[in-house]
Design a binder for this molecule. Structure first.
Ligand SMILES: [Fe+2]
Length: 358
């Protein structure tokens, strides 16, 4: 069988074989390919002369190409003094294929044009667009709505979503000179960068939706937003690293938030597929309590958590945008992670939580 096409991914190479034949394609981890280089066999005995422990787990090939006769794959790993490339015959790849025709979940989406609309070009009432889009994509950005937050609350309220107050108050004024909220000792009221998180994971029922309504953007591009579809990221992780996914969905962690006049503790897995109402992610590096697990299980949990964190922190997996005055973002806090970059000077966003119950 010949090799028709190759498709490099971060962690593996997908090899497409002759069209119309089976399998159509097979996936091979880069480290598996590196470990199985024919160059690392003794020329007389053909036994392996390199143990996988001597090789990196994330080799970075210099070049990957299909041989001229399409019957093999040539990979230059860039780590040989003699400059030789490793050759993998297509028949050998087929014989040893361990992921033939594997389904592969797509990475979390990042195309802002699919989730941003202009307020002047809506085809149905704004509240309905909000509710329908939230159910489909988990977030919506509306450009040019205007500055009236109460009018926006009314429009969203018409679709059955009610404002829920929190320990900050009914509306949060996210600005460094906040004078309107209770419990202002939190990162949201500073000009610091805030990496990806969900809001209030320490509550039994975290607020379902958050509206962020821009009144005044920061100058010079600071305070930009990033939002990640954590449900898509969870499926992506499950396909890449099932044990890591299982740890994040089964091992409970503790979230602990203590402020001057507020304290909550909650224990839950990071990825909760059994929560009432469906999937719920709780994810907040700044309120994660010291993790407590049996000694022999601690490393595995940290590896799983860090792998997920690297996945969602990868900017290719994020919706990234800047809100201007009059724009707003609304996202599903049970499904999406959100972040903002640092800024200097003044910036003012109004934050409002909604839920399907009053
Ligand atoms: Fe937040």
């Amino acid at each position: 069988m010949s090799i028709a096409r190759i498709e490099p991914h971060d962690d593996f190479l997908r090899v497409h074989f002759t069209p119309g034949e089976s399998p159509r394609h097979a996936d091979f981890h880069w480290f598996w390919l590196r470990h199985n280089s024919e160059l690392d066999r003794h020329p007389l005995t053909r036994e392996r002369i390199v143990c996988s422990s001597e090789l990196p787990l994330d080799p970075q090939p210099r070049t990957v190409r299909i041989a001229e006769d399409t019957q093999a794959l040539d990979i230059d790993w860039g780590d040989r003094a003699d400059g030789q490339v490793s050759r993998y015959a297509s028949d050998w790849l087929l014989t040893h294929a361990y992921a033939a025709d594997r389904a592969h979940a797509p990475p979390p989406p990042s195309d802002v044009s699919t989730i941003a609309v202009d307020a002047a070009r809506l085809e149905e009432p704004l509240g309905r667009t909000v509710v329908k889009t939230l159910a489909r994509t988990g977030l919506l950005v509306v450009r040019g709505f205007g500055l009236d937050t109460e009018a926006l609350i009314d429009l969203i309220g018409k679709e059955g979503l009610s404002v829920i107050g929190t320990h900050f108050g009914r509306i949060e004024d996210l600005r460094t000179d906040n004078t309107t909220n209770q419990n202002t000792d939190q990162l949201g009221y500073t000009d610091s960068a805030i990496q990806l998180h969900t809001d209030q994971p320490f509550l039994d029922r975290p607020p379902r939706y958050q509206l962020l309504h821009c009144q005044q953007p920061a100058a010079n591009g600071g305070g930009a937003n990033a939002v990640v579809d954590a449900l898509a990221a969870a499926h992506y992780l499950a396909d890449l690293d099932r044990p890591a996914f299982e740890l994040l969905r089964s091992v409970p962690v503790t979230f602990h938030r203590k402020q001057k006049s507020f304290e909550r503790v909650l224990v839950s897995p990071i990825l909760d597929f059994d929560a009432p109402g469906g999937f719920r992610i709780r994810y907040s590096y700044f309120t994660l309590a010291p993790h407590k697990r049996p000694f022999a299980e601690m490393e595995a949990w940290y590896r799983a958590y860090n792998r997920f964190a690297r996945l969602v922190r990868d900017e290719r997996h994020q919706y990234r945008f800047q809100l201007q005055a009059g724009d707003f973002l609304i996202y599903d806090n049970w499904r999406m992670l959100h972040a903002r970059t640092a800024f200097t000077g003044a910036r003012w966003l109004r934050g409002v939580y909604f839920d399907t119950t009053a």
